[in-house]
Design a protein around this ligand. Sequence first.
Ligand SMILES: [Zn+2]
Length: 178
Amino acid sequence: MAALVWPLERNEIRRHKQNNTFGMVRDGGTRAHQGWDLYALPGTPCHAISDGTIHFAGISGSLGKVILLRFSYQGQTFYAAYCHLSSTLVLEGNDVARGEVIGLTGNTGNAQSMQGQDQHSHFEIRTIPSPGLGLGGRVDPATLYGAAPTGWTFFEGHGHKVRTTGIPGLKIVRERIE
Ligand SMILES: [Zn+2]
């Protein structure tokens, strides 16, 4: 089975802070953050992390413009949620290919006040399309990718571009592409 690709070409947890990763990481461990905040200037392309089908593309409350990509991985169905987007480039029901650009990052929803290094795309991996508050119905994206990209830059290195692919089992593969 093909490995997942990363949602952005350059994947970097916002401000490299743990409270922008998944889990009970906010307000001293009392409040959940339901995904990863990936630093991105508005207009950054978002890639389908897998072959799949667009389950939802539209406005979803405080998350602003959202794309939900339904995909299967290791025999299980998941939904990748791309949030605070400026544009959705796909429609519900569209089949998309792994790596295809499906939306552009932005600051819609409750990210409207984000400036500078705080601009980001909130990215979740869900097990059901519309979970509620807390962490239920979601998994840590690191369980699929092996690790959160805290403090790492995946796209440019030593003067050449690399494509990075997450493999289960704590392995990160960097593939030189030019
Ligand atoms: Zn977030």
